[in-house]
Ligand binder design. Sequence first.
Ligand code: UGA
Length: 435
Amino acid sequence: MRVAMIGTGYVGLVSGACFADFGHVVTCVDKDASKIERLKKGEIPIYEPGLDDLVAQNVNAGRLNFTTEAKDAIAEADAVFIAVGTPSRRGDGHADLSYVYAAAEEIAQLMDGFTVVVTKSTVPVGTGDEVEAIISKAKPNADFAVVSNPEFLREGAAIKDFKIPDRVVVGTDSERAREVMRELYRPLFLNETPILFTSRRTSELIKYAANAFLAVKITFINEMADLCEAVGANVQEVSRGIGLDGRIGRKFLNAGPGYGGSCFPKDTLALTRTANEAGSPVRIVDTVVEVNAARKKAMAAKVIKAMGGDVKGKTIGVLGLAFKPNTDDMRDAPSLDIVPALIEAGAKVVAYDPEGMHEAQKLMSGLDYAEDAYGAIEGADAMVIITEWDQFRALDLDRVKTLLKSDVVVDLRNIYAPEDMAKRGFEYTSVGRPT
Ligand code: UGA
């Protein structure tokens, strides 16, 4: 099959490389000429484990191309994927669909023969209808079908999530389009991956419902963590105790500083907007949005409390800035609330993140950056872990002890055992576990 991927952001690039690896001929199109130049040279603009090799192999095999010229790519394609950004619109929190609609206009001008137009971007219910209307208006005789095919890729594990997904969701009522989608994902069906064919609107809502449900799960366990602290219980054991019930499931029950990233904050907000406008509010998600935002802000107070209530003139070594490990993505990262609040309270912050520092420097000022974890905590009054990178799980704790000026460790990801830390003489605070 021939595929055109419009947009070489996170989703477009990963999906394009994976479809090429399935054996299809994929052309990734982006208007950003410098990005396309870099990609042609094999430079990957984002940090995603394994993506550089996957892109290189498929470029060398002649199955993956990059261009700023949409014309040939779209005209020759059996399927054109729209994988452009849908950021939160300033002011009202709705998804901004201007890039999606601009892509639809362009596809209408350039498509040739039966073409399946697939929305991969996360788009509110009804967007597929609008894309269809735009194309029909621009090209009345066009032979096409618009399909919703949401992505469920986690940053840091995106290639695995694409190639070994829990399910593939395809929303369309066109049998011809279904055939094309079946062919595109054929390698997955050999592994018996479930494919869910449904209506376009249902498919669009599945994406939001999935992200919102996961955000609810995280927020629930975060509130349980607070309750555990108040009553002297252990949230990790509560997670295990409830998660072993197959109806609940063990995943996404790790308490922490609140969810961040490019998806959950944006998608939960957009879902609440859609729901309110449809006159059918999803109150549990309204609450989750509010509770999560407050939680991220409350984490700085937790650190200050662990340091005796006053951080004026004290130095804090911060480990981890990205919203989660294995990514350089800083979007809505809890560190963006925590670090400035600590600086505001009078602390000097020295931070280290294996991949996120470049992005962090663009977004935060007034702190120093270290070359490695030990550099960040040398002479500090406290070590604060915000992101659970594997290398922070394996710190030489004897060295940490000698480098820190005091014994305070605040672990917002529960990566160390409280008993062990106490035995080593640390004043250890974590999330929802007795000290
Ligand atoms: C999320 C979903 O997991 C993907 O399925 C989805 O495709 C993607 O959004 C998207 O819509 O594009 P992602 O944002 O990359 O993926 O990251 P997650 O691993 O889901 O983590 C999101 C946030 O929740 C992070 O801040 C993470 O630290 C936090 N989290 C996650 C917790 O605090 N506790 C957990 O148990 C799990």
